[in-house]
Design a protein around this ligand. Structure first.
Ligand code: ATP
Length: 282
């Protein structure tokens, strides 16, 4: 479905953010993108919808190479890609319904979008989506009256309103508490399964990724250093991705403690992040 081939990005500053990145994402697969700060996760997501121009490589969505399409064609192609953002990117003073309908803006005429007069079928679709994300009753509320989790549900419904073939999800839970984060990840994964939608989720929280995604790609310094199932993450592969000191949050908290083999808290020698993921899914 999505085929990223030998993708590279070097910024004008000379910083190489991505090098030789090749990833295929089949229909319905949810891929969690992990890696330390500066590894290139956002750049990869932004190259796919060409918010950042790739320096080399191909990004095929179906049979269209998004890296090669003209600016005019790109507007059309972007309708095929739904985006979900960390900070929701809602229009706060508009209602929930209006925010969801804004996902249809790429499909309606200039006049309709300017006057915000959407076809009846778009409104029906928006109600169905609000029902699916559990916000049917909130349709007429202003976005700024919602909780963070509810706002993210609006963001999900808006992305789906454009009937995308691919979801790009950038840190969807970074502003949410742990329970709401799990609810949002569960909703995204269920919806992807229902619609056979492929998704790339940029996610900092490794245990959360392990709990919900089917495949993990680890970036380090712009290169893919891990590509496999969540069970493939272990002390060695996490060290490949995050470096010697950085992948275990417990280790960072305690200056001199060596907690990678801490048996007091976990009762096992499993890396803490893996242990947390097991606990969360238990
Ligand atoms: N506009 C830019 N100009 C120059 N360099 C940039 C630009 N945007 C990103 N970079 C560089 O590209 C590299 C990858 O950055 P990117 O933001 O993609 O990383 P990231 O993995 O998303 O990090 P984080 O988790 O902190 O968001 C970094 O070295 C960064 O400094």
């Amino acid at each position: 479905m999505l085929q990223i081939d030998n993708l590279g990005k070097t910024f004008a500053t000379g910083d190489t953010a991505l090098a030789n990145v090749s990833i295929d994402v089949p229909k319905g697969q949810i891929l969690g993108l992990i890696g330390p700060s500066g590894a290139g996760k956002s750049t990869l997501i932004r190259c796919i919808n060409r918010l950042v121009e790739p320096t080399e490589g191909a990004i095929r969505l179906g049979d269209v190479d998004l890296a090669r399409v003209s600016a005019r064609e790109l507007r059309h192609q972007r309708r095929r890609i739904g985006m979900i953002f960390q900070e929701y990117s809602l229009v706060e003073r508009l209602t929930v319904m209006e925010n969801v309908l804004s996902g249809r803006l790429g499909y309606v005429s200039f006049w309709r979008s300017w006057t915000r007069r959407f076809p009846a079928e778009d409104i029906q679709r928006a109600f169905r989506l609000l029902d699916r994300v559990g916000l049917y009753e909130q349709a007429n509320k202003r976005a700024d009256a919602l909780s963070g989790g509810q706002r993210q549900r609006v963001g999900i419904a808006r992305a789906l309103a454009q009937d995308p073939e691919l979801l790009l999800v950038d840190e969807p839970t970074a502003s949410l508490d742990p329970k709401t984060s799990r609810q949002i990840m569960r909703l995204i994964t269920e919806i992807c399964a229902e619609r056979q939608l492929p998704a790339i989720v940029n996610i900092h929280d490794v245990p959360l990724a392990q709990q919900f995604v089917q495949r993990i790609v680890g970036l380090q310094d712009g290169r893919v250093v891990f590509d496999g199932p969540p069970e493939g993450l272990n002390e060695q592969t996490l060290t490949d991705i995050y470096g010697e000191e950085d992948w275990n949050p417990d280790r960072n908290d305690g200056e001199d403690e060596d907690v990678t083999t801490d048996t007091t808290k976990t009762g096992t020698r499993a890396p803490a992040s893996l242990q947390k993921a097991r606990e969360a899914s238990a």
